[in-house]
Write a protein that binds this ligand. Structure first.
Ligand code: BES
Ligand code: MN
Ligand code: ZN
Length: 487
């Protein structure tokens, strides 16, 4: 999607679709007979998500009003969402390009840079569709190819700065979403590794890929244990972006390219969604796409343990004991608790980078869906300051995190009769138990765990959102890193 900042008066914008974001009870944003009548009649109120499409009498062929609710309640997320609704509508109508403006009273105090960034983020979200694996339709609806954001002339430079960030985030976001969508027979561990390698080549950062033999040599017994049931070989992917000085931030993503549960096999219903079990990994890759484009002054290491989790005659069994990279032994209670097994080896591998902070993203537990539904990431960690920093980044990104406690009492859940730790504590406090397991392998660096099982993909369509993958984490990681880089 091409983006452009323009400063023409709204009445002069020639476009197939002019979307204007307006607040509740606000006047028509431009002189147009149809628009003014619709608002005067009270038919259109400007409530959150409320839209009105009229055929313009001026230069814009169509005008779409998108409501964002009452003036005092308009947030950054609300504007991003309105832009997503507009882009989704444009895609539905089939217009190739769209112009968008946010009425002054509907800006919720956002500066022009922020405004441009979130509008582009929203448009990338709403305009997305995945048609790659379908036969081309007879009457194809074009993608939204260009977005023109109309601002005041005095704000042009500031908006351009925001556009640069928005464009990069949109690219990372689309990269991630398309990768998430790939089925398990396409997106295997070696395919994920290939994607990482391509990113490194495109943007000039180092990518190292460990194959099965190297993973074995490295002593990653827990990752190997999960992989041993599958004909596809595992990979351990290391990305190193160097833009600054000082200790790096480590981003770690769960890369289970398909999770059947293994011998502790999952029920058939919705099992196809377990192709999304690589969503932590794809978020890390998307963040590196953004880093490559923005080149911020910071060092970042990406770590992705990638494997399938399948049942077979060579698969791990409940009761097996395996030795992790850190040296701790693990009793496998449930082979479906595989995410923590592969992540624990990545967390222990991270020590060699002496990270200033580590953040992992993982579709780790069904329990987080029970606790928080689909509207928040479950967040746990060992450092209050880092937790607050990640949470703030999530707020800015519109990827909200909510804390769960990691009190010592919960450690009991993971006591094993035969090994140092067991991989499942049963049904109670599932998300906390998963995080406690990971914590056992975090050695001397601040760490936050993001459980994205409820937010990585959506089972239904939203107002500004297609069904399916959400690229959750890409925007949060970016916000976190840009703030740390002082950008
Ligand atoms: N990948 C699943 C978690 C998941 C569930 C992701 C629903 C997305 C939607 C994970 O590997 C898993 O199976 N976790 C188990 C852990 C349990 C066996 C301790 C779970 O949540 O049931
Ligand atoms: Mn599982
Ligand atoms: Zn899983």
């Amino acid at each position: 999607m091409k983006t452009l900042i323009s400063t023409r008066p709204l009445a002069n914008v020639e476009t197939p679709l002019l979307a204007v974001v307006v607040g509740q009870g606000q006047p028509a944003p431009l002189k147009d007979a149809g628009l003014e009548r619709a608002i005067a009649s009270g038919d259109y109120k400007g409530k959150k998500d409320e839209t009105l499409l009229v055929y313009g009498s001026g230069k814009a062929e169509r005008i779409l009003l998108v409501g964002v609710g009452k003036a005092g309640e308009i947030t950054r997320s609300a504007i991003r969402r309105a832009a997503a609704i507009a882009a989704k509508r444009a895609r539905g109508i089939g217009t190739k390009s769209i112009a968008l403006a946010v009425a002054q009273e509907a800006r919720g105090g956002l500066g022009a840079a922020e405004l441009a960034q979130v509008v582009i983020e929203g448009a990338a979200q709403g305009g997305w569709q995945f048609t790659e694996l379908k036969k081309p339709p007879e009457d194809p609806k074009p993608e939204v190819e260009s977005l023109e954001l109309v601002v005041d002339a005095s704000e042009k430079n500031e908006a351009e700065a925001g556009r640069r960030i928005g464009d990069a985030i949109a690219a990372g976001y689309l990269f991630t979403r398309n990768l998430q969508m790939q089925p398990g027979n396409v997106c295997t561990p070696s395919y994920l590794a290939e994607q990482a390698r391509k990113l490194g080549t495109a943007h000039g950062f180092a990518v190292t890929i460990l194959d099965k033999a190297q993973i074995k040599k490295e002593g990653m017994g827990a990752l190997l244990a999960v992989a041993q049931g599958s004909a596809e070989e595992p990979r351990f992917i290391v990305l190193e972006y160097q833009g600054g000085t000082g200790a790096p931030i480590a981003l770690i993503g769960k890369g289970v390219t398909f999770d059947s549960g293994g011998i502790s096999i999952k029920p058939a219903l919705n099992m196809e969604d377990m192709k999304f079990d690589k969503s932590g990994a794809t978020a890390v890759l998307g963040a590196f796409e953004v880093l490559g484009r923005l080149q911020p002054k910071i060092n970042v290491v990406g770590l992705i343990p990638a494997t399938e989790n399948l049942p077979s005659g060579t698969a791990i069994k409940p009761g097996d004991v395996v030795k992790s990279h850190l040296g701790k032994t693990i009793e496998i209670i449930n082979t479906d608790a595989e995410g923590r097994l592969i992540l624990c080896d990545a967390l222990s591998y991270a020590r060699r980078f002496k990270p200033a902070a580590a953040i992992d993203a993982a579709t780790l537990t069904g329990a987080v869906v029970i606790a928080l539904g689909h509207h928040a990431i479950g967040m746990l960690g060992n450092d209050e300051a880092l937790l607050a920093e990640v949470r703030d980044a999530g707020e800015r990104a519109g990827e909200r995190c909510w804390p769960l406690p990691l009190w010592d009492e919960y450690r009991e859940l993971l006591k094993s009769d035969v090994a140092d730790v067991k991989n499942s504590g049963g049904r109670s406090a599932g998300t906390i138990a998963g995080a406690w397991f990971l914590r056992e392998f975090v050695d001397s660096f601040p760490w936050v765990h993001l459980d994205i099982a409820g937010t990585a993909y959506l089972e239904g369509e939203g107002a500004g959102h297609a069904k399916g993958p959400t690229a959750i984490g890409v925007r949060l990681f970016t916000e976190f890193l840009l703030k740390r880089a002082g950008a």
